[in-house]
Design a binder for this molecule. Structure first.
Ligand code: ASP
Ligand code: MG
Length: 533
């Protein structure tokens, strides 16, 4: 058995839902399928609550919009209007919204009810469509199986009770079993949710309890990348990472998965694959608990773009233990998320990296906390330093390796990038540096070049002529690619294929099988098409 989780873009429109259905149909195994709300709908539902509780009638327009989107989706897929059940959800949503509007009140409990409607709607549509496509499918209302406490907004799962219920449900499983993501109920039967982005968590909980062979997270990218592809053109996709590496990479901005939410599956040792709904041929990124690849020192380069640093400094701090305690307490009381910490051993200053948006609030909090010391001159007034970014090297193999940080900082030095602060976790899985934001792109590219590309010589191929010779050549490349990479350090990528009628380009490389489909769907052949790599 496998668990497949589809995110919001995977069910974003009729075509993508057809694609999802195809992926489900292609599987021979018994499946549990967990699906998010249609992309963007949960955000709109948040807005519904906000507007209604402010007495703004715009909430009703939003609900109407949400209803229309789902009705249209239903019609596009099934060629008919949706039935009673879909209307019932919209009706409930309207009633609760109206109640909020009358009372001008938004309770966490009613908010969870509203937020959960997105998953209920999307799953209903997928369910009806799969039936229409003759798939043997059952829809389970996750609220009857995922049991939580009453911590609305982000409820804590009662794993024992959930396990009992899910195992009971499994007795009546069909070939395909749908469980809406994100929604749950408390032990008192109140509707709860698992927190934003909680569908991954639903999927991982089910995967863990059912002890499935694999958890597949279907999203809209091929997998984790060695760097943010918007910053680094030559960033490549990562085939396999350890759970810890995924954790580090995602902390620094890789939005593909949020590792804490896949924990229940990994705890059971279930491998997780990140797959692309829109490119299902691609093998995706595999995340496993223990994974060691001795060939690669660095797994990826992460970055967070908008950072500010606040520094607490002054001669009055030296040797006095409560300063850092008070610093972190006041930041935590102001609900400020600390991303990065450094303290020089002179104890003369502590710097913390925070989201740039939080800089005003944290400076205010600290200047208040240390008002007395600032007045007496023992501590300097705190001022934010803005316009910064964090860049981090991530990889299990950095552990016990000499010279990684040397290489990192020499590359930055050679490129004229000044480093404001440095931190290395004692796990040695991550070395981070704070740098001026203006230098971020340069820094990520220079480091990527230095740690990834010098190992391989990348050769971009453009194949013109896709007849017998072209076909045989592609097949040969497909068969030889791994060998050439390992033994000759050559990284061959076919970035374009053309015949006399069509041509297709892909900087990441075209697949060696089924490239004909890509070519078929390519653009008309032209001799004068500019293309840069
Ligand atoms: N729909 C919910 C959200 O947007 C849960 C999810 O997509 O995972 O947060
Ligand atoms: Mg989502």
């Amino acid at each position: 058995m496998k668990v497949l989780k589809f995110g919001g873009t995977s069910v974003g429109n009729a075509d993508s839902i057809r694609q999802v259905a195809q992926i489900i149909k292609n599987s021979k195994e018994e499946l549990v399928v967990v699906t998010s709300a249609v992309g963007g709908v949960t955000d709109q539902l948040v807005k519904v609550g906000e507007l209604a509780s402010k007495g703004d009638e715009g909430y009703a327009v939003l609900i109407e919009n949400i209803a229309l989107v789902h009705q249209k989706l239903y019609y596009d897929l099934l060629g008919q209007k949706p039935g009673e059940e879909l209307h019932k959800i919209i009706e409930q949503l309207t009633e609760i919204g109206h109640g909020m509007w009358l009372l001008k009140e938004l309770t966490p409990r009613s908010n969870d009810f509203i937020l959960g409607c997105g998953e209920r709607l999307s799953n209903l549509i997928l369910f009806d469509y799969l039936k229409h496509e003759n798939v043997k499918v059952k829809l389970f209302d996750s609220r009857e199986y995922i049991v939580t406490d009453s911590h609305f907004g982000k409820a804590n799962v009662n794993f024992k009770m959930t396990e009992k219920k899910v195992k009971e449900a499994a007795k009546s499983f069909d070939k395909v079993n749908l469980f809406p993501g994100f929604i749950s109920s408390s032990e008192l039967n109140e509707p709860t949710t698992l927190g934003r982005g909680g569908s991954d968590f639903t999927a991982a909980i089910l995967a863990g309890i059912l002890n499935v062979d694999n958890l597949e997270i279907w999203t809209d990218v091929d997998g984790l990348m060695t760097a943010d592809p918007r910053l680094v053109k030559h960033a490549h996709f990562i085939e396999h990472v350890s759970y810890e590496e995924a954790l580090e990479l995602s902390h620094f901005g890789a939005k593909v998965i949020y590792p804490p939410s896949i924990q229940p599956a990994l705890r059971k040792g279930i491998p997780i694959t990140i797959k692309n709904t829109f490119n299902p041929e691609h093998s995706g990124t595999l995340v496993t608990k223990n994974w060691k690849d001795n060939n690669q020192l660095i797994r990826g380069i992460s970055s967070i773009k908008d950072i500010a640093m606040v520094t607490l400094s002054g001669s009055g701090m030296v040797g006095i233990p409560r300063f850092s305690f008070r610093l972190f307490r006041s930041l935590s009381e102001a609900k400020i998320n600390v991303i990065f910490i450094t303290q020089a051993s002179s104890e003369h200053s502590i710097s913390v990296g925070i989201n740039e948006n939080d800089s005003k609030m944290s400076v205010a909090a600290l200047n208040k906390e240390f008002a007395l010391e600032i007045e007496s001159g023992r501590i300097n007034t705190v001022e934010p330093e803005q316009g910064l970014s964090i860049i981090a090297l991530v990889g299990n193999n950095m552990k016990n390796q000499v010279g990684v940080s040397g290489q990192m900082f020499s590359v930055m030095g050679k490129n004229g990038i000044s480093v404001k602060a440095i931190a290395q976790g004692s796990s040695e899985r991550n070395i981070s540096a704070v740098i001026p934001r203006l230098d971020l792109k340069k820094a990520v590219n220079a480091l990527h070049e230095s740690f990834f590309l010098s190992d391989y010589r990348r050769i971009n191929l453009f194949i013109i002529g896709a007849g017998n010779v072209g076909k045989a050549f592609m097949a040969q490349l497909g068969a030889q690619n791994a060998y050439l990479k390992e033994h000759s350090h050559l990284d061959l990528k076919v970035i374009a294929i053309a015949n006399s009628k069509k041509m297709v380009f892909d900087q990441q490389g075209l697949p060696y099988s089924k490239w004909q489909d890509h070519l078929q769907n390519g653009e008309a052949f032209s001799e004068f098409r500019p293309f840069s790599i």
